[in-house]
Design a binder for this molecule. Structure first.
Ligand SMILES: [Zn+2]
Length: 84
């Protein structure tokens, strides 16, 4: 989801999260503007370590891989039991 105002500009928002490398979605725009990462990284890494994040800390590759493994187990579409 690159957002550019014209073709000569560097994208303001990259195609993938700089932390986990997952493609950014439109819902990640606010998180990216907030912390430079996707919404999931913002929730999983930034919010729980905001002070460290602001000081330059980033999760290790192992922490990122563990989070991505957990994301694979999570459904991406939630349905209320009432409609099943
Ligand atoms: Zn991310």
């Amino acid at each position: 989801m690159s957002i550019c105002l014209n073709k000569n500009e560097v994208p303001m928002i990259p195609d993938a999260c700089p932390v986990c490398k997952v493609l950014l979605r439109s819902l990640d725009k606010l998180a990216f503007e907030y912390c430079g990462a996707c919404a999931d990284c913002a929730q999983s890494f930034v919010d729980v370590n905001k002070g460290a994040w602001d000081s330059g800390w980033r999760p290790s590759k192992g922490e990122i891989v563990a989070r991505l493994q957990k994301r694979k187990e999570e459904p991406f579409f939630y349905v209320n039991d009432e409609y099943i």
